[in-house]
Design a protein around this ligand. Structure first.
Ligand SMILES: *Cc1c(COP(=O)(O)O)cnc(C)c1O
Length: 410
């Protein structure tokens, strides 16, 4: 049996332990939902205060020049690039994820004008499914969106496929896909590959360069801790820059926005994918949140992430044998940074846990989802969370009738 003292000993040896101090978290908070909304960092607090008090309050409209607000989406992209194995000039931070997916999907359909198929995963995040269908409707030629079982991708790949869009870590199960292998197979039939990194960035090491990825996009508010509704990011391989057009052009993606020309001429590089005014305060929040990542490496984060998820799985199976079905793969190379447990009373279980200080989330119809962010979680948090889960299950607290009505956000 693993004891709390064993976990405390792991915390003492944890090279990431001191980074917890960079997060503003209540002492008793056991937060297993950083995959849904990351907590506030001190870096974010400092940077947002600086933007408001100096750049905005003092600088006013002059800050567009003096504080280089126009360049913030690109500079922040450069700062984020190492987290996905990209280089400076290959990443843009703007909009939110669904919008950036729209830009990439629309643009890439123009790159394969003779092809008619987009492939995506039938159990992909609903927003990804909606936007891919929406963009397919708009392109002016017949496009079939095939929503497949991702394990059968090979059977569907042929010369009519324009684009494959997959989420690298599944939002429900936490299953992680082989980015390099799948990208290679997609390229073999001449199709383009778009990866959604919503549940990958800041949680698992990524290397878009060595995997030869065409396009990627990801979320700012999950493991990156950029704040509710934080701007998202997109990656365009250098070979596609200047080739992939922005299907949602706006003034700030123009080569000369302040010439107020009536015809559009795209700016070079990643600026081409800017549409409208950058959300400067929100960019500041994400900028500050990235500081803490620069004090460690994705390899160190990954090592601890696997240790935390292994520990959680082991403790749950040891203390609650047969109660849950483990949905997340046990194999390390197929696991992101979350653990999904299936139970028909999943909603009540999560609500009962939240009332007892352990925050996870519920994904319909029956998944209890727990995210593990190594920058601020301790091994003892995992131990304590499982003890509270045991209490919820053995007392049947999760069966309380008050959980029969679901809140709007689960
Ligand atoms: C969270 C998430 C989104 C939502 O992105 P928005 O920024 O709200 O548009 C989209 N896709 C996946 C896979 C996600 O996990």
């Amino acid at each position: 049996m693993i004891t709390r003292d064993d976990c405390r000993a792991l915390d003492e040896r944890d090279p990431l332990a001191e980074l917890r101090g960079e997060f503003i978290l209540a002492k008793e908070e056991i937060y297993l939902d950083g995959n849904s909304l990351g907590p506030v960092t001190r870096g974010t607090q400092r940077r947002v205060n600086q933007v408001i008090e100096h750049e905005w309050a003092e600088g006013l409209v002059r800050s567009w020049n003096a504080a280089q607000w126009m360049d913030a989406p690109l500079k922040l992209g450069d700062r984020l690039a190492p987290l996905i194995g990209a280089h400076a000039g290959e990443v843009l931070v703007a909009d939110t994820l669904t919008f950036l997916l729209a830009k990439i999907i629309g643009g890439s359909l123009e790159l394969r004008p003779e092809r008619h198929v987009i492939i995506t995963d039938a159990v992909n995040f609903h927003s990804d499914l909606y936007i891919v269908a929406g963009m397919a409707r708009l392109v002016g030629r017949e496009i079939v969106v095939k929503t497949i079982d991702r394990n059968t991708l090979d059977e569907h790949l042929d010369e009519d496929v324009a684009l494959v869009m997959l989420t690298q870590v599944d939002f429900r199960t936490g299953e992680m896909l082989d980015m390099a292998g799948i990208t290679r197979a997609v390229h073999e039939v001449g199709a383009l590959m778009l990866w959604d990194f919503a549940h990958s960035t800041g949680a698992v090491p990524l290397d878009v360069t060595s995997a030869d990825v065409d396009f990627a996009a990801g979320c700012g508010y999950k493991y990156l801790n950029g704040g509710p509704g934080a701007p998202a990011f997109m990656y365009v391989a250098p070979r596609w820059q200047g080739v992939l057009r922005n299907p949602l052009p706006g003034w700030l993606g123009h080569a000369r926005p302040f010439d107020f020309e009536s015809t559009y001429e795209s700016a070079p590089g990643m600026r081409a994918y800017v549409t409208s005014s950058p959300s400067v305060i929100a960019l500041g929040a994400l900028d500050g949140a990235l500081e803490v990542f620069e004090r460690t490496t994705m390899a160190a984060i990954r090592e601890k992430s696997l240790a935390l998820t292994d520990l959680f799985i082991e403790l749950v199976e040891e203390s609650l044998p047969g109660v849950f079905e483990l949905v997340t793969p046990r194999e390390h190379d197929q696991r992101g940074s979350q653990v999904a447990l299936r139970h028909s009373n999943g909603y009540g279980i999560i609500q009962a846990l939240i009332e007892r200080g352990v925050t996870g989330d519920f994904r319909a119809p029956d998944i209890c989802r727990f995210g593990f962010a190594p920058l601020y979680l301790r091994y003892v948090d995992i131990y304590d969370a499982v003890q509270i889960l045991v209490e919820v299950m053995s007392s049947s607290a999760y069966l309380d009738t008050k959980y029969e009505r679901r809140l709007a956000v689960t």
